[in-house]
Design a protein around this ligand. Structure first.
Ligand code: NAD
Ligand code: DAU
Length: 341
């Protein structure tokens, strides 16, 4: 029996992770710590209430007192940090918040892991940082042969990616200086259920369902490598349990699409006209293309994807069609009342 701290578990990827592991590992215990920022939605994890191997704590990873007390009380074996400010457009409007949450929040967790090691009673066996392919910067559109490997240098474009890179560098520094047992995963663009409707895919689905114009930045020719959130989470779980200490692992979807291709796929499935597409001003500093080489995790840990883009997108679009009240609650702000405390 192991005890896990899952931070950011009320967000998109963290909530999918909790649904996966709480059911898969009934012998393990999972504590979710989430500040319930605008992106945290308790509705995503409400159905886990009552599970005997799970509990939720509302709290901020930057709150040193709360975090240190929690570590001493719970004696975690594993820590997985999903908590972050995650939206690039927001980072352009408010860069400081991203440095604060993503770098200093990560450092508070690392300091707690260090404290537990120094006290010697119950050291954390593994700290895992959920990172992103955006730390590698971007690739040119006319070089489809180029992919990011773990050896690529950090080369960030946005305040978001710079803050995630800053966090990764602190994780690596704490590993080397304080000998903390860490791993890092860097994944490409996720899609699936419970994604906050600020990101491309839920924005397009919710607007198309209401016959509203769909904003496509620039020419829509930027390329992302899409992965189903479940495949990402299976990778994180494998890395945390079996990955080599100190290592970085890339996770990618092998499904590169231009934004325009993604938008057209959704419109087609929904039976909506392409005339809804509206080209708007480009995102400042807009990364052109991300593409991930996941050979390392495939060869070392036997990880593979179970979803291909077409079937994964079909399932995802159906989920949003069948859960329009989930989006309506966010639009009305009602979701903020979903946690009663
Ligand atoms: P999200 O924005 O949907 O969720 C983030 C969660 O973190 C929310 O529940 C929020 O309440 C919580 N949070 C934010 N600040 C906090 C704080 N100070 N203390 C405690 N909780 C806090 O994000 P997501 O898309 O689920 O991404 C999760 C992680 O995965 C992030 O670290 C992100 O950088 C990384 N990632 C995301 C993608 C993607 O495509 N979405 C791809 C690769 C990596
Ligand atoms: O690559 C992993 C990253 O993917 C994660 O680290 C980030 O947390 C996550 O937000 C995501 O970043 P992107 O910026 O790629 O995702 P987003 O959904 O915001 O945008 C995807 C692409 O679509 C991007 O090229 C910008 C474009 N876009 C986005 C929105 C919201 C549009 O054209 N119109 C839109 O309305």
């Amino acid at each position: 029996m192991s005890k896990f701290l899952i931070t950011g578990g009320a967000g998109f990827i963290g909530s999918n992770y909790l649904h996966y592991v709480v059911n898969k590992y009934p012998e393990d215990n999972f504590v979710c710590l989430d500040a319930l920022t605008y992106a945290g939605n308790y509705n995503n994890i409400k159905s886990l209430e009552g599970k005997t191997n799970y509990k939720f704590i509302k709290g901020d990873i930057r709150d040193k007192e709360l975090v240190f007390d929690l570590f001493k009380e719970e004696e975690f074996d594993y820590v997985i940090n999903f908590a972050a400010e995650s939206h690039v457009d927001n980072s352009i409007k408010n860069p400081n918040l991203f440095a604060d949450t993503n770098i200093l929040g990560t450092m508070t967790l690392l300091n707690a892991v260090k404290m537990m090691k120094n006290e010697g009673n119950h050291p954390v066996k593994r700290y895992h940082q959920v990172s992103t392919d955006e730390v590698y910067g971007d690739l040119p559109l006319d070089r489809p042969d180029l992919l990011f490997t773990e050896e690529n240098p950090i080369h960030t474009s946005s305040p978001y990616s710079a803050s995630k890179a800053g966090a990764d560098l602190q994780v690596l520094a704490y590993a080397r200086t304080f000998k903390l047992p860490i791993t890092i995963s860097r994944c490409s663009n996720n899609y699936g259920a419970y994604q906050f409707p600020e990101k491309l895919i839920p924005v397009v689905i919710s607007k198309a369902l209401n016959d509203e114009p769909i904003p496509v930045y620039g020419k829509g020719d930027n390329v992302r490598d899409w992965i189903h959130v479940h495949d990402h989470n299976v990778g994180v779980d494998l890395i945390v349990r079996n990955g080599r200490e100190g290592e970085i692992y890339n996770l990618g979807g092998h499904s590169e699409r231009t934004n325009l291709e993604v938008v057209k796929t959704i419109l087609k499935q929904l039976g909506k006209p392409e005339s809804l597409i509206t080209f708007v001003s480009d995102r400042p500093g807009h990364d052109r293309r991300y593409a991930i080489d996941s050979t390392k995790v495939e060869e070392e840990l036997g990880w593979d994807r179970t979803y291909d883009f077409d079937s994964g997108m079909k399932e995802t679009i159906d989920w949003y069609i069948n859960n329009q009240d989930w989006i309506d609650d966010i639009k009305s702000g009602e979701y903020k009342n979903s946690y009663k405390g």
